[in-house]
Ligand binder design. Sequence first.
Ligand SMILES: NC(=O)c1ccc[n+]([C@@H]2O[C@H](COP(=O)([O-])OP(=O)(O)OC[C@H]3O[C@@H](n4cnc5c(N)ncnc54)[C@H](O)[C@@H]3O)[C@@H](O)[C@H]2O)c1
Ligand SMILES: CC(C)(O)[C@@H](O)C(=O)O
Ligand SMILES: [Mg+2]
Ligand SMILES: [Mg+2]
Length: 348
Amino acid sequence: MAKINFGGVIEEVVTRSEFPLEKAREVLKDETVAVIGYGVQGPGQALNLKDNGINVIVGQRKDSKTWDKAVADGWEPGKTLFEIEEACERGTVIQYLLSDAGQITLWPTVKKYLTPGKALYFSHGFGITYKERTGIVPPEDVDVILIAPKGSGTSLRRMFLEGRGLNSSYAIFQDATGRAKERVVALGIGVGSGYLFETTFKREVYSDLTGERGSLMGAIQGIFAAQYEVLRANGHTPSEAFNETVEELTQSLMPLVAENGMDWMYANCSTTAQRGALDWWKKFRDASKPVFEELYAEVAKGNEAQKSIDSNSKSDYREKLEEELKELRESEIWQAGAEVRKLRPESP
Ligand SMILES: NC(=O)c1ccc[n+]([C@@H]2O[C@H](COP(=O)([O-])OP(=O)(O)OC[C@H]3O[C@@H](n4cnc5c(N)ncnc54)[C@H](O)[C@@H]3O)[C@@H](O)[C@H]2O)c1
Ligand SMILES: CC(C)(O)[C@@H](O)C(=O)O
Ligand SMILES: [Mg+2]
Ligand SMILES: [Mg+2]
């Protein structure tokens, strides 16, 4: 494993050059990888594994939209696409990619097929870490492993097709066969990861729940809304407020930050922007840090997991969710955004 100095802290990572695809194929040559669930991660991981020459089948509920999607993606019923139970029976690696709530419901069924020597694979530390709440306790004679792509399943597939790779974390919760490490790393490379960094199930779920509620989605949406509302309240038009809040960030600055870092961005904007951004960032950090601390504490107590389990198990879950998503979709900022996106010269 390569030792990398991340800003003064040495970590070990697995790169594709030290664990090439040929090695992954060799490790997995006698395995049948059953990808259970074809929502967001399922398609990305299953298609990348297939294109990487791994023996993979998909397990999905019949008579569902996602079954039809799997067929449209080229999975063949009875050959590479099966009902969940049949796929679990055929798989030697069971990639448990149902929604976290679906994993709880289906656990008694899936557990039956975890015969000795199989591997149970997750892309989230949720089910295992919060086992008192999920009831997911695997038998002791199977490997329990995790590859968590750090991004959407949509990006996992898109980046793979572009010859790039999304980074993933990996973890071993249980090594029953003595092969858990080579299995998990081979699967990580097989699903198209750019490189792999080590974690535990607990650290994965704590950081993931914090990130998606925080700077990846929750906090950023909150900051977008706050700035947009202030600009609008002060007489700025929707197009001006949206461009100055979101469009410039995603289209101009973030690609540069992705390439070079925020430190470079600070060094390569106007002196005026530089002065202001240097003066204001600590104020924003200090204002938001207590919220992040509260968020992390809620995650660590299991309250965020419980909220998500409870809301997912309500009978009117879908309707309530649709109402909340509609509110976001119909908010002025995202309505303005839809128009701004259409005006991009490259838009169809
Ligand atoms: N969405 C992402 O991009 C992403 C990123 C990293 C990790 N993850 C993790 O990967 C796993 C899968 O997430 P996802 O977003 O792809 O899931 P999802 O919400 O898209 O659902 C996946 C599948 O679960 C099936 N399902 C849900 N409830 C079911 C039930 N009761 N019985 C049978 N099938 C059921 C759905 O039909 C669907 O095919 C989760 O552990 C998630 O935390 C997701
Ligand atoms: C793609 C995300 C936000 O990183 C993932 O964690 C999820 O749960 O969908
Ligand atoms: Mg997540
Ligand atoms: Mg995530």
